[in-house]
Design a protein around this ligand. Structure first.
Ligand code: NAD
Length: 252
């Protein structure tokens, strides 16, 4: 991919699943990666895997819902690697499975704080650093639950719809500063999150998998690779877009 070599990329949720796959691909394309997550053990595994493959990465323990942590994450990129070119705001949680009227305030706040406010705080810290560095590109992780509704996960659905709205608005506000902002909406992808969701709500996950026109669920690399592509110069006129990567599920 063009324009990734010798760049600096921040990836949140980098200790597992989609974030780890994206961090590995950024590094394989020649970016220095700041891998951010609340899970330090998983983050060190990601960084070790990148180093073993000959890439460059640093782990920063980061709660994306905490402004100080997110600012420290971006400061690490600037201080250690000299600036910030790309960010993948990907950390997220699924929340508890329950009907809408039974969802608790606590669960709403936790899910919205991490999935939506986390992206908001990321954008606030990353955009000024990118402008300082001559521009950049950001990808935010939404979901097919940001495009259509899903029963039992109303806070998750609301947070992921919000991510798409934030993405469009950031693209409008910072396009002239050379910052592109896009979202990815994955379908069902084989990660630890989906393993947990399958246990909580097997019908929903099985139903989506069976109803997927490609007849299978996705791999984390199929999302991580697309995130790196959206940041690359190969996507230089793409902004404000949501790329749905779901084997055709929401097209039917
Ligand atoms: P995952 O559980 O494997 O990875 C999520 C990572 O986010 C974990 O490493 C976790 O520690 C981290 N995280 C959680 N809370 C955090 C916080 N407060 N601060 C920093 N990091 C935190 O799940 P995944 O499937 O790789 O999910 C990645 C993203 O993709 C999420 O935003 C998720 O909603 C989204 N998504 C996943 C699927 C899927 O089917 N797997 C589908 C659509 C969207």
């Amino acid at each position: 991919m063009n324009g990734i070599r010798d760049s600096v990329a921040v990836v949140t949720g980098a200790s597992s699943g989609i974030g780890r796959a994206a961090a590995m691909r950024f590094a394989a394309e020649g970016a220095s990666v700041v891998a951010a997550d609340v899970d330090a053990a998983g983050g060190e595994e990601t960084v070790d895997a990148i180093h073993e493959a000959g890439g460059e990465a640093t782990f920063v323990e980061t709660d994306v819902s905490d402004r100080d942590d997110v600012e420290a994450m971006v400061a690490t990129a600037v201080e250690r690697y000299g600036g910030l070119d790309f960010a993948f705001n990907n950390a997220g949680i699924e929340g508890h499975n329950d009907s809408l009227v039974d969802q608790s305030d606590d669960d709403w706040e936790r899910v919205v704080d991490i999935n939506l406010k986390g992206v908001f705080l990321g954008l606030q810290a990353e955009i000024p650093a990118m402008i300082e560095d001559g521009g950049g590109a950001i990808v935010n992780t939404s979901s097919i639950a940001g495009v259509v509704g899903f029963q039992g996960v109303s806070p998750y659905v609301a947070s992921k719809h919000g991510v798409i709205g934030l993405t469009k608005t950031a693209a409008l506000e910072y396009g002239r500063d050379g910052v592109r902002v896009n979202a990815i909406s994955p379908g069902v992808i084989e990660t630890p999150m989906v393993e947990r969701a399958s246990t909580a709500n097997p019908e929903m996950i099985e139903g989506v998998s069976e109803a997927t026109p490609m007849g299978r669920i996705g791999e984390p690399e199929e999302i991580g690779d697309a995130a790196v592509w959206l940041c690359s110069a190969d996507a230089s006129f793409v902004t404000g877009e949501t790329l749905v990567i779901d084997g055709g599920y929401v097209s039917q």
